[in-house]
Design a protein around this ligand. Structure first.
Ligand SMILES: *Cc1c(COP(=O)(O)O)cnc(C)c1O
Length: 381
């Protein structure tokens, strides 16, 4: 059946046709000249996206694999670590810390709250001796983008390493790894890097690499030193067969990102966020994610009294627009629209219209016929 579908989830996201096209070519060998130059380009250009001179380890896994690599390489069983969480993905750091037998100090906020550097500083001072602080830049379950620059500074003052989950935010909102002194940034291919799921990466500061040499946590596939040693060879290689089809896609995606310019991309995400929020408010709905420019990755919308967000999200999908419902305790209470990567304002308008029509069908008291023009006006302003 011929049916156009719009993908506005918080990942995976649509991929540019150039990216999809290169991945449709016949399979090559990963240690041959058909592949190695593209691999070398990707390893060389990833630090530019991360705004770092640190090495970037590339893994075949979803983003969570890179999160696990950070815990396994930086910490030994019994190490005290601080996890800052305000939603599903922050809590994943806590789950990982427990799985690796770390002493977890959990600075746990309610879902939807915005963590503060002052709280991080106070908690670090209170507990003392923390080895690492695990942070989330965009808490994708709530749409909150937090000030990881200030929180990383608090970690550094306390002599702790800082680790930032930027899986949904890298190449969507600014993240200056070196200027902000962030030791480790983890990300995945299927969000603003505009490639299908399956690649994860970690940028690793010299201090983090030193910590990795001392860590006694068990690891094999995700061992940073093994990965970086293979990547440092001439020509560069991966210790194990990489998902090289995806690497070829990432090579093209990175070229498109640099041709466009990171600042242009950040500005587009900012304006897409404004468009989504303006449309939501024009309908008379309440935002769940903050009404602020830096929350430019995911817009979360609170459902009106008596309306089930899961039913709305499914009704939107039936209209051709795939967004997302709420996770965990927010299931049924919110609907999320991702505007990440290869998304334009007309797709945001499509999502708003599907939301509007689905809510109207469900009997919600909303203002009809105004969201699209409000969104376009906010985008263009
Ligand atoms: C998507 C996402 C993850 C999980 O990534 P997977 O690729 O599903 O493992 C982790 N953290 C954040 C902030 C995310 O948005």
């Amino acid at each position: 059946m011929l049916e156009k579908r719009y993908l506005l989830t918080p990942g995976p996201v649509p991929c540019p046709p150039e990216v999809l096209a290169v991945m449709a070519r016949p399979i090559v060998h990963h240690r041959s000249p058909d592949f190695v130059p593209a691999y070398a380009r990707v390893l060389e250009s990833l630090p530019r996206v991360l705004q770092t001179t640190n090495d970037v380890a590339l893994f075949t896994s979803s983003g969570t694999g890179a999160m696990e690599s950070a815990v396994a390489n930086l910490c030994s069983p019994g190490d005290r670590v601080v996890v800052v969480s305000a939603g599903n993905f922050g809590e994943r750091w806590a789950t990982l810390a427990k799985a690796f037998g770390l002493e977890l100090v959990h600075l746990k906020y309610g879902w939807g709250e915005t963590p503060s550097a002052d709280d991080v500083r106070a908690r670090l001072a209170e507990v003392g001796g923390a080895r690492a602080v695990f942070l989330t830049q965009c808490e994708t379950s709530t749409g909150v983008v937090s000030d990881v620059q200030a929180m990383a500074a608090a970690a550094r003052e306390a002599g702790a390493l800082s680790i930032v989950d930027a899986i949904s935010s890298l190449a969507a909102v600014p993240l200056e790894t070196d200027a902000w002194g962030v030791d480790v940034v983890v990300a995945g291919s299927q969000k603003a890097l505009m490639v299908p799921p399956g690649l994860a990466l970690a940028s690793i500061s010299p201090a983090a690499l030193e910590a990795a040499k001392a860590s006694t946590s068990p690891r094999f596939y995700y061992d940073w030193q093994r990965t970086l040693a293979a990547q440092a060879k001439e020509p560069p290689g991966a210790p194990f067969t990489p998902a090289h089809t995806l690497v070829l896609g990432l090579d093209v995606a990175l070229r498109l990102i640099f041709e466009t310019g990171l600042d242009v991309i950040f500005d587009r995400h900012r304006r897409l966020g404004r468009a989504a929020r303006a449309g939501v408010k024009a309908m008379g709905l309440e935002l769940f994610s903050p009404d602020e420019d830096r929350s430019a990755v995911v817009t979360a919308i609170r459902m009106p009294e008596g309306i089930d967000g899961q039913a709305i999200y499914r009704a939107m999908r039936d209209r051709g627009v795939t967004g997302a419902g709420g996770q965990g305790e927010l299931r049924g209470k919110i609907v999320r629209i991702g505007h990440i990567g290869y998304v334009d304002v007309y797709e945001v308008v499509a999502a708003l219209d599907a939301l509007e029509a689905s809510l109207a069908d469900a009997g919600a008291p909303i203002e009809r016929g105004v969201a699209a023009s409000a969104a376009l006006a906010a985008y263009r302003a």
